[in-house]
Design a protein around this ligand. Sequence first.
Ligand code: SF4
Length: 351
Amino acid sequence: MADHPSRIELISSTIEDLSDLFRNISQPAYRSRQVFGWIHCRGIADPHKMTDLPKDLRRNLVDLGLSWPAQVGEVLRSEDGTRKLEMILPDGCAVETVLIPEGDKLTQCVSSQVGCSVGCTFCRSGHAGLKRNLTAGEIAAQVHLARVAHLPGERLRNIVFMGVGEPLHNVRAVGRACELLCHPQGLDLSTRRVTISTVGIVRGIDRLAQMTTGHVALAVSLHAADEATRRRLVPGARDTIADIVQALVRYPLPKRRRFTIEYVLVKGVNDSERAARQLVHLLRPIRCKVNLLPMNPHDKTDLLPPSEDQVLAFQKILVEKGVSAFLRRRRGGDINAACGQLLSVDSKGGR
Ligand code: SF4
């Protein structure tokens, strides 16, 4: 799949890339740090507003097309404080990103692709298949442009790649976006506060382990401990559960860190006591905690969440067997911003 777009996208550029570019237009190297800081620290991509740059460089940057590769469309606010923003991309595609407040701290859920090829049966995002990958700049722009929906005093604390798309199917751009967002001259976010959530793409996990962004947190959406159930819930997953577990076992997980295993509970599919015991057995070799998420119903599926009693019974089995298991609170359900409810739009307006 070809990435989009083909023109130089300055937002995706590192300080080193900018230095190379500026050398070619006879600008000193330190200008690259200034420009990077304007974009990735102050969140400003309009060269006219970069007031400490000389006028000729500002004009160069305009000519080179420096601007955000996205603009904010509809903004919805949930009664629980969650906000969902539509990000409209230059080719007419759109994705969604979500701000989830916890006191004065914000977690932002970002998208990595327009659509998704994995097609998890409980998820709205993958319903229409994959349209294209996002660029690193389009991913970073979601974070910077969403500042318009921050409330006074709120601070971005966590970024989770749990929006539309499978991040490890776009690992190069996702890795670059993490690099940009965590850069000390950018937002300077701790890599510990960035989580990449994957259905378990073994090649992607291995690649992530080798990247400088390898110390970001990794969440793996298993949703089942047996192959048949997993194939039903995650039809686009190519790697077996056993291969995913092996990839996690060899992953260079820093000391005192754990993987997160995401498990969306679906009524009558993966919520039995037997399924819980299988999960306990499967997770023995891995340092992890489990997040249990009762599925969020939506208009593209007949699947339903289990009863609260069933969810608690499932959790109890895990905890009694020594697995840290937490129930994730549903956020933003009234604006379709909860897990599995996000949508993307292709360039023809299809959802
Ligand atoms: S849950 Fe994630 S991987 Fe599965 S279809 Fe939705 S976006 Fe894709």
